[in-house]
Write a protein that binds this ligand. Structure first.
Ligand SMILES: NC(=O)C1=CN([C@@H]2O[C@H](COP(=O)(O)OP(=O)(O)OC[C@H]3O[C@@H](n4cnc5c(N)ncnc54)[C@H](O)[C@@H]3O)[C@@H](O)[C@H]2O)C=CC1
Ligand SMILES: O=C(CO)COP(=O)(O)O
Length: 345
């Protein structure tokens, strides 16, 4: 008798979103014992919390008391501090860590991961410099020699963890992979829609964070909802222009998915980028200091993405074509007055 092998999942990342996703996957695998191994390992970047290893607390209390406090994780989610051990013999890798850390993780996993592994990236960022731009899912594929789908949507982690109804988008070029990851992530309160425009989905997730910073600047200046809506609309247009200028095949329809307009709405209302950008206006403090003061170890993504996008556009003398992205960068990093957010775009 041929026994069907079950898929072993490792979640690489355990922050605010990583922990919320661990809850979804940990519960979903229990509903599909014929497809998935019961234990879901979660790689945790080890740190001390009240003098104790965070991994020990998570495995004892089944709660990520630092990054998702108050939410119980399924008992089949196991926190592992050693990256290679966490990924050992896994054939499904879920990448969900702040984008600035992915290169280091891929270097450690290079040559270790089996070629029959599937991966999906939930990271909202880009690998971008003046030399060029690549999607993080492409970096993962290229460095680890495996296919990598993406998931991105209107998914503020704390609300998802409280099982408040929301949607998300999976971008997978292979229908079979799309179906597989649908099963792994979909729940009645976390409604998955699968599209084939993987590039568009990933770009939306990364670039919306820059628009969220712009929205936060508007809020900090108390310019009101009409102004915020105008900035969000202009940001959506720049997101589409950036995608369709520098990548092939980005579909207009993708911007109407959860990963597009919906994620813009939620992030520009309740996200961390918005919150910290508003404080940047009202406090006058540097953005890094505000990140440390306001986010308790969680990481901003929109400001670094604005910096990376500006470096890329400047190298091509194309900043004028993206006034909102450029103005966000100049306000945050070059000391331009915050009021420029409604003057220069
Ligand atoms: N928090 C949210 O509401 C959502 C976040 N996302 C995206 O998911 C990705 C992960 O974000 P979060 O899970 O919220 O992380 P986070 O913003 O909570 O960041 C903290 C995480 O970074 C880890 N970390 C710190 N230093 C590290 C290092 N040197 N190497 C490796 N890891 C390190 C910490 O251990 C912790 O797991 C980001 O790209 C974010 O944009 C997507 C949807 C929602
Ligand atoms: O991506 C998110 C919501 O979909 C979270 O956005 P922030 O990182 O701005 O909190």
């Amino acid at each position: 008798m041929v026994t069907k092998t079950v898929e072993r999942i490792t979640i690489i990342g355990s922050g605010n979103w990583g922990s919320a996703i661990a809850k979804i996957i940990g519960n979903n695998v229990l509903d599909h014992p014929d497809t998935f191994e019961r234990t879901v390992r979660m790689w945790v970047f080890q740190e001390q919390y009240n003098g104790e290893n965070l991994t020990d607390i998570i495995n004892r209390e089944h709660e990520n008391v630092k990054y998702l406090p108050g939410i119980k994780l399924p008992e089949n989610v196991y926190a592992e501090p050693d990256l290679l051990k966490a990924c050992e013999n896994s054939n499904i890798l879920v990448f969900v860590l702040p984008h600035q850390f992915i290169q280091g993780v891929c270097q450690k996993l290079h040559g270790v991961v089996s070629s029959n592994c599937k991966a999906i990236s939930l990271i909202k960022g880009l690998d971008i410099s003046e030399q060029g731009i690549s999607l993080i899912s492409e970096d993962i594929s290229q460095q680890l020699g495996i296919n990598c789908a993406v998931l991105s949507g209107a998914n503020i982690a704390n609300e998802v963890a409280q099982e408040k109804f929301c949607e998300t988008t999976i971008g997978a070029t292979s229908p079979a992979d799309g179906e597989f990851f649908y099963k792994m992530f979909h729940t009645p309160y976390f409604r998955v829609n699968v599209v084939q425009d993987k590039v568009g989905v990933e770009l939306c997730g990364a670039l919306k964070n820059v628009v969220a910073v712009a929205a936060g600047l508007v809020d900090g200046l108390a310019l009101g909802d009409n102004t915020k809506a105008a900035i969000i609309r202009r940001g959506l247009l720049e997101m589409r222009k950036f995608g369709q200028t520098f990548f092939k095949g980005v579909q207009n329809e993708t911007f109407f998915e959860s990963c597009g307009v919906a994620d813009l709405i939620t992030t520009c209302s309740g996200g961390r980028n918005r919150k910290v950008a508003a404080a940047f206006v009202t406090s006058g403090k540097p953005i890094d200091q505000l990140e440390a003061e306001l986010l308790n170890g969680q990481k901003l993504q929109g400001t670094s993405t604005a910096q990376e996008v500006n470096e890329f556009l400047t190298a091509r003398n194309m900043t004028q074509g993206f006034p909102l992205f450029t103005t966000v960068y100049r306000i945050i990093y070059e000391g331009e007055p915050c009021t420029k957010i409604v003057q220069d775009v």
